[in-house]
Write a protein that binds this ligand. Structure first.
Ligand SMILES: C[S@@+](CC[C@H](N)C(=O)[O-])C[C@H]1O[C@@H](n2cnc3c(N)ncnc32)[C@H](O)[C@@H]1O
Length: 223
């Protein structure tokens, strides 16, 4: 059902043959995550402590890239990520992200994946992790987040996750002057985000995609 694939930048992803969709862009898993979530999201903040909520922990690639960003930039990151279907060790342990990003990250990548669910874990002084084993459709969010990584499967596959109701729930759990980023640029998604209160912009997408969406909970695009 899940098989490991190679993407164009040499990094692996997973392909789910039931829904016919991969976890990342086939044009490059690392390049997509870096472009959409780190460059368009995390790197936009000037403050020292950033609270993140991710929809779809998956392989933990976004978590690893955020950890690397935190360490390299001396930023404290409080990383919360929800996942309904955690991966088995036999899958994530085979993925080549640490080979590409630097072998010294292989133990961190395993630590991120192996850390207990529904518990706050200090991965390092700069990175704390809470993986939530739950369903984004029904979970009650209690945090106040600066940044949301919306990394669900596409609206074609899981339309029930790209709704006004879910975006409104996320909007309510975000601080003022916070950012929501997603790889998707569909018009329906943009309109649902706007209805939920976000100020939405289309910005250049990662390799292979013209555009992506960035949405602000703020009165202007000044951060
Ligand atoms: C595109 S993949 C995420 C990729 C991930 N961010 C990564 O870096 O590997 C989408 C993820 O959302 C998860 N998911 C699907 N439905 C969900 C739901 N209702 N609630 C929470 N997670 C869900 C899937 O199991 C999958 O891991």
């Amino acid at each position: 059902m899940l098989k490991i694939i190679n993407t164009a930048d040499g990094s692996n992803s997973l392909y789910n043959d039931i829904i016919n969709e991969s976890y990342h862009s086939v044009n490059g898993a690392i390049q997509e995550s870096q472009h959409v979530f780190i460059n368009a999201g995390l790197s936009q903040f000037s403050k020292k402590e950033i609270s993140i909520f991710e929809v779809g922990f998956g392989t933990g690639l976004n978590a690893l890239l955020s950890y690397i960003f935190a360490e390299n930039n001396s930023k404290k990151i409080i990383y919360n990520s929800i996942e309904l279907f955690p991966l088995k060790r036999e899958l994530y342990a085979q993925l080549n992200y640490a080979n590409i990003l630097g072998q010294n990250y292989s133990h961190i990548y395993l630590k991120i994946n192996e850390s207990q669910w529904n518990t706050n874990i200090n991965i390092s002084d700069y990175f704390s992790l809470n993986k939530i084993h739950d369903d984004i459709r029904t979970v009650e969010l209690s945090g106040k987040y600066d940044l949301v990584y919306f990394d669900a499967f596409s609206p074609q596959v899981e339309p029930e996750l790209w709704t006004y109701e879910i975006f409104e729930k996320l909007y309510s759990s975000m601080n003022m002057n916070s950012i929501f980023v997603t790889y998707c640029a569909k018009g329906d998604v943009r309109r649902n985000l706007q209805k939920a209160g976000f100020n939405v912009e289309r910005i250049p997408g990662p390799a292979g995609k013209r555009e992506m969406l960035r949405a602000l909970k703020a009165t202007s695009f000044k951060l």
